[in-house]
Design a protein around this ligand. Structure first.
Ligand code: NDP
Length: 476
């Protein structure tokens, strides 16, 4: 196996302790990857700094060619990457395929924006004042640190890598210790494409690697996806250098089902919202709000559908849901199930782990959960849904917005005017109306309140890696 660190255009072994990488369906170690030391993180940042002048001075069109190359190589490695995600993440095949398609679409999209950059440079800015001219330049922010989690390793990395490279930034990417093999592909593609040395550096690590990167004085920006608690630490380290950051953190998102909803469709979207990726999604719509007139009928259908859900090892059979991706997350979810028992919550279905090997949990629904419950308030990051009834739109909105988070929401109603009205009043970054959680690279991604700062994807994702410079001239 290749060493997991790619620094200054070379593959190197990590100086740190080996990290066991698991197959979560079997609960077994599938590889050992040596972690990067703080010294190696420093070498990676220095390499990125040296590579910056050359990379940012390339035309947008030239950088676009490299980005197209990433998309092309991902496509060429399709089968291997799908299999690796199924094995290391426990993703069902159709989810692993979608993740790969998403990553490819992201590189293609930012290749397009990079190519347009040249024509956007130095555009005159109309001024009200006579006697002056001004024009605008979009410059690369500099050397950026990218820290990504394990739940969507290919996708989350693509959402950061592609716009950063398009903007002309050089970077150090730190994959999660749970899935370091998956992001290795980005180093391999950089290598195969002949990306200039130091433009893309990869430092797998655990324990202290993330902190070594986020506290490094040599970065111009940090982009982090993960828990709110770690996001706060990342923000504190960025404050010390007054440097910008993008934070994509947790969620406890609502899904609102109104009385006129098609119940079978609603059940389909509800299940997608908390069982996709075994519920390990920052965007999980894990708080279900249902109009009281349809609640019992909906719950009955939801229970039957969840009992029919196929849960198992995606490499052995066709499944709808795989295991939790790591043992730590499985333990966290089991602790919440125990907490639910202690709180005396009403369990409609599930409420327990499934027999091993592997880290499986039954899809779980608790009904009429008090808003004071920890399960109602906190991100669980597993296939666990908490439900409450509402009597009118105002109450539904008040319950939906009563959260420390504000990432996404789903609204299900046959009345589109109502759906749009409710969507406008929800304090979140993205709302789906009568839809599965479809995420398109052209639309933004990010949240309000404890869900983070800034937006990824779309032109906003590119702007997050750019510095704006205006040149103003006195015409005499
Ligand atoms: P964390 O958010 O705690 O992330 C851990 C990652 O952050 C590791 O890669 C770690 O690297 C790095 N890290 C730790 N400390 C710092 C620091 N000071 N500066 C920079 N990086 C740091 O996630 P966990 O995997 O522990 O999951 C815990 C919970 O987080 C989940 O239960 C879930 O609720 C939430 N989560 C949210 C995600 C999302 O998509 N928003 C994704 C994953 C998890 P190292 O160990 O090398 O330092």
């Amino acid at each position: 196996m290749k060493p997991a660190l790619f620094i200054d255009g070379h593959w190197v072994d990590g100086d740190g302790a080996p990290m066991p990488v698991h197959d979560p369906s079997l609960g077994q170690i599938m590889a050992q990857v040596p972690a990067a030391s703080a010294h190696q993180v420093n070498l990676a940042v220095q390499a990125a700094r040296r590579a910056l002048p050359g990379w940012r001075s390339l035309s947008g069109a030239r950088r676009a060619e490299y980005l197209q190359g990433f998309a092309r190589h991902l496509q060429q490695r399709r089968e291997g990457l799908i299999a690796l995600q199924m094995r290391n993440n426990g993703k069902p095949r159709h989810e692993a395929e979608l993740d790969l398609d998403d990553a490819i679409a992201t590189f293609d999209y930012y290749a397009g924006l990079a190519a347009q950059l040249d024509a956007r440079q130095d555009q005159p800015v109309p001024l009200q004042a006579p006697g002056f001219s001004a024009h605008c330049r979009f410059e690369a922010l500099g050397v950026v640190g990218l820290i990504v989690p394990w739940n969507f390793p290919l996708v989350t990395s693509a959402w950061k890598l592609a716009p950063a490279l398009a903007a002309g930034c050089t970077l150090v990417l730190k994959p999660s210790e749970v899935t370091p093999l998956i992001e290795q592909v980005y180093g391999e593609i950089a290598d195969a494409l002949g990306l200039p040395a130091g433009v893309l550096n990869l430092v797998a690590g655990a324990g202290k690697t993330g902190a070594a990167l986020s506290q490094h004085p040599g970065l111009d920006k940090l982009s982090f996806t993960g828990s709110t608690a770690t996001g706060q630490r990342v923000m504190a380290s960025s404050a010390a250098f007054c440097r910008p950051l993008t934070l994509e953190l947790g969620g406890k998102s609502p899904i609102l089902v109104f009385a006129d909803a098609d119940l079978d469709q609603a059940v389909h979207w509800i299940i997608g919202g908390f069982c996709w990726n075994a519920g390990q999604m920052c965007s999980a719509t894990s708080r279900l709000l249902v109009h009281e007139s349809i609640a019992d009928a909906l719950l009955q259908r939801l229970r039957s559908a969840l009992l029919a859900l196929r849960v198992g090892n995606p490499l052995e059979q066709e499944v709808d849901m795989g295991p939790l991706s790591c043992q730590a997350q499985w333990r966290t979810v089991c602790t919440y199930l125990e907490q639910a028992r202690n709180e005396g919550l009403e369990c409609l279905v599930g409420g327990h782990a499934l027999p091993g090997p592997g880290w499986f949990v039954a899809p779980t629904v608790y009904t009429d959960v008090p808003t004071s419950s920890r399960l109602w308030q906190e991100e669980i990051f597993g296939p666990v849904l908490c439900m409450r009834r509402f009597s009118d739109e105002a109450q539904a909105l008040a319950l939906a917005n009563d959260s420390a988070f504000g990432l996404v929401a789903t609204v299900i109603s046959a009345d589109l005017q109502r759906a749009e009205r409710v969507a406008a009043a929800l304090d979140v970054g993205h709302v789906w109306i009568n839809s599965l959680q479809a995420v398109f690279v052209e639309t933004s991604w990010g949240g309000t309140k404890g869900s983070g700062i800034g937006r990824e994807l779309g032109p906003w994702g590119l702007a997050a890696y750019q510095s704006i410079k205006h040149l103003t001239r006195y015409l005499g």
